[in-house]
Design a protein around this ligand. Structure first.
Ligand code: SF4
Length: 421
């Protein structure tokens, strides 16, 4: 996807602060860090760095990802030293780093007005806890290190098969934000889904195929669709349905040890014990048997006991989650690839499910009687890492299939989210 390299105006959250300190190098762990061929060549040309490329490392590097080794039950970049500093940075300076490392935790996207929006990863503790210096003076350099800003999709689809231009699909997304603020995360997502389908029907009736609605007509259709909405009935259920368990087994199971160290960019081949352990994690999340060692959560937690931690999405912590969802819409992240609007909405629903389940697991691991602000902040960081800051072009079959299933049967999404409501 062609990125825009320079920007007249960069928009960033003015109150946001950032400083890379007091952190055990979170961004050098857990996820696959893309590396360009030129950087791989620099690493291979340096004797000290090349010496670190043991086992499968040269092949992983050649495939375009920094190889990872296991340390303290986590994967970390082979170039990370024990002092939590990067050997490549120490030897050749910041400019030698892969662009993802130089730019992190910043990302950029071009909005509908041609402005550049700054995206900040909440998985970085400095961004999550808002400490350090104002981000403003950094954004221009970070934009160039990131290689430019991703463009918005020219059109997004509706379930009827019609597509909308940028101004129209963003107007629909503005209504999603209003509904999230009014109703809270779960009923807000469900109402937004209903609204998007109602808008689709109004559009079919009033606007000829192949034509886009004029601004005034668009507003009338949005108002009409809103007027049709009922009150979503969210029936809480204690245990997640199967599709939700598969989702948690895939994403939260993937963050459980040893599954989290068994990736295609790990230097070591998995041992038999690790393979068995990974199956154990899957079963624990699917069948609620046994316990797991979940990333960023102390001790071991029993997935079967998470349901005993009270849900929080309608309580005191609700605004934290609503703010996050509105931030994702404001930073236009669901709209960089042409797809169905309902798919983008399903993705937001999956983020809500992930935030809720992780935060409840975190409360359980910390021995809290209920979910705290700290549990939610950590859970938002994890959801941000897994759901919104994905590598460009990265495919995930489990996620893709689940999105399609949830999109094709509107009765399923309420049931999927019911254990978190
Ligand atoms: S996660 Fe943030 S604070 Fe931690 S090392 Fe990376 S950039 Fe620095």
């Amino acid at each position: 996807m062609a990125r825009r390299k320079s920007a007249l105006r960069i928009v960033y959250p003015e109150e946001q602060r950032y400083e890379c300190r007091d952190c055990p190098a979170r961004c050098c762990k857990t996820w696959g860090i893309p590396v360009a061929q030129e950087v791989a060549h620099v690493i291979l040309s340096d004797e000290e760095l090349r010496g670190r490329l043991v086992g499968r490392a040269p092949g992983v590097l050649a495939s375009g990802t920094l190889p990872m080794i296991e340390r303290d039950r986590q994967l970390q970049c082979v170039l990370l030293d024990d002092d939590h500093l990067c050997a490549l940075h120490k030897r050749l300076g910041h400019e030698a780093l892969p662009s993802a490392c130089q730019a992190y935790p910043f990302g950029f996207l071009e909005d509908e007005g041609g402005r550049t929006l700054t995206l900040l990863s909440r998985h970085c503790p400095s961004i999550r806890d808002n400490y350090g210096h104002p981000v403003g003076p950094l954004v221009r350099d970070k934009l160039s290190q990131a290689g430019g800003a991703l463009p918005l999709a020219a059109r997004m689809g509706l379930r009827s098969g019609r597509t909308l231009p940028v101004r129209a699909y963003l107007a629909v997304a503005e209504v999603w934000k209003e509904l999230l603020r009014e109703e809270g995360p779960v009923p807000g997502i469900l109402k937004a889904y209903e609204f998007t389908d109602a808008f689709d029907e109004c559009l079919l009736r009033e606007v000829a195929r192949g034509t886009d609605p004029e601004p005034r007509q668009l507003q009338k259709l949005l108002d009409e669709a809103r007027a049709r909405l009922g009150t979503p009935r969210v029936r809480h259920r204690r245990r997640p349905i199967w599709q939700a368990r598969i989702f948690y087994a895939h994403f939260l199971g993937g963050l459980s040890y040893p599954t989290r160290v068994l990736t295609e960019y790990a230097v070591a081949r998995p041992t038999v014990g690790q393979r068995i352990g990974a199956w154990g994690n899957k079963l624990a999340w699917m069948l609620h048997v046994g316990t797991v060692d979940l990333l960023h959560v102390p001790g071991r937690v029993a997935p079967g006991k998470i349901d005993r931690v009270p849900t929080f999405l309608a309580g005191e912590q609700r605004e934290l989650v609503v703010d996050y969802l509105c931030e994702v819409i404001d930073r236009r992240q669901p709209f960089t690839k042409m797809t169905y609007l309902t798919r983008a909405l399903v993705n937001l629903g999956l983020s809500v499910a992930l935030v809720s389940r992780f935060a409840r697991a975190s409360a359980l691991g910390h021995g809290h009687a209920e979910v705290t602000q700290g549990d939610v902040a950590e859970a938002v960081g994890v959801a941000d890492l897994l759901m919104t800051h994905r590598r460009e072009g990265e495919r995930n079959l489990v996620l893709d299939n689940l999105q399609l299933v949830l999109m094709s049967d509107p009765r399923l999404l309420p049931r999927f989210l019911a254990s978190e409501a």
